[in-house]
Design a protein around this ligand. Structure first.
Ligand SMILES: N[C@@H](CCC(=O)N[C@@H](CS)C(=O)NCC(=O)O)C(=O)O
Length: 217
C-alpha cells in the first residue's frame, strides 16, 4: 500500500479522474488506485458516499487528509513532489499555466455537456453546437498560444509535461471520439498527449472496461 491513494471512477467516462491520475503517473508519483463505479445503483452510490465528501471523484487520501476537486489534488501533489516539476519553473509561465488550468476547471461547459468523455466510442460530427464550436475555438487558441509562447523545444503547452496538460487531456480524447478537426499545431499537441505512456495505459484500461453507464461531465 502506497502512502497516497487516488479514488477514481470508470476510466472510459471519468474525465475528472483522468486529470490527477495522469499528472501523478507522468510524474512517477507512487499511489494506490481505487476504482469505483459511476453506475446509478444504490450500491455504487454508497461507495461514492464512503470515499467522497462531495460524492464526486477524484479523491486523494493521504493519511488523515482527504482531498476532493481535481485541481486541488494536482496542486497538492505538485507541492509534495517538487522535483516532478508539475508546474513550469518560470514564474510568468507558471501563472499562465495556472490560469488556463483554472479556465478548464471552471469552463467549457458546452463542450463538456455535448461531448462527454467516452474513450471507447466514435461519434464523428455529433455534439457540435455553435456554443461547442466557440469552446473548441477558445481551447485551440489556448493550445496554439501556449505552444508558440512557452512550448520551446518541448512537446507540451509549457515545454515539459505539466498539470496544464493533464487538465486538457480529457479534451483531447473528446476530440478523437467526436472527430473534431483542429489546426496543425493543435493536432501535433494532441498527438503528444495521446502518445504519453500514462495516457496509453489509461486508454487501454478504458477499452478493457465492460461497464456502460450514462455519460458524465
Ligand atoms: N469539480 C470536480 C468535478 C468532479 C466530478 O464531477 N466527477 C464526476 C466523475 S468525472 C463524478 O464524480 N460524478 C458522480 C456523480 O455525478 O454522481 C473536480 O474537479 O474534481
Amino acid at each position: 500500500m502506497e502512502r497516497l491513494t487516488l479514488v477514481i471512477a470508470n476510466k472510459n467516462y471519468s474525465s475528472w479522474s483522468l486529470r490527477p491520475w495522469l499528472a501523478m503517473r507522468q510524474a512517477g508519483i507512487p499511489f494506490t488506485e481505487i476504482l469505483i463505479s459511476l453506475a446509478e445503483t444504490p450500491e455504487a452510490k454508497a461507495v461514492f458516499q464512503k470515499y467522497s465528501p462531495s460524492r464526486r471523484v477524484p479523491v486523494l487520501i493521504d493519511g488523515d487528509l482527504t482531498l476532493w476537486e481535481s485541481i486541488a489534488i494536482c496542486e497538492y501533489v505538485a507541492e509534495q513532489f517538487p522535483l516532478a516539476q508539475l508546474w513550469p519553473r518560470e514564474q510568468k509561465a507558471r501563472a499562465v499555466a495556472r490560469t488556463i488550468s483554472a479556465e478548464m476547471h471552471s469552463g467549457f461547459v458546452s463542450l463538456r455537456q455535448n461531448m462527454p468523455m467516452d474513450i471507447r466510442a466514435r461519434h464523428p460530427g455529433e455534439g457540435l453546437t455553435p456554443d461547442v464550436g466557440n469552446d473548441i475555438a477558445r481551447i485551440t487558441t489556448i493550445w496554439r498560444e501556449c505552444r508558440t509562447t512557452y512550448g520551446g523545444e518541448g512537446k507540451f503547452l509549457f515545454g515539459h509535461f505539466t498539470i496544464a496538460d493533464a487538465m486538457f487531456a480529457p479534451v483531447v480524447t473528446r476530440f478523437v471520439t467526436y472527430g473534431v478537426e483542429v489546426d496543425g499545431i493543435s493536432e501535433q499537441y494532441q498527438e503528444s498527449i495521446l502518445a504519453l505512456e500514462a495516457m496509453r495505459a489509461w486508454s487501454a484500461a478504458a477499452q478493457a472496461e465492460t461497464e456502460t453507464v450514462p455519460n458524465r461531465l
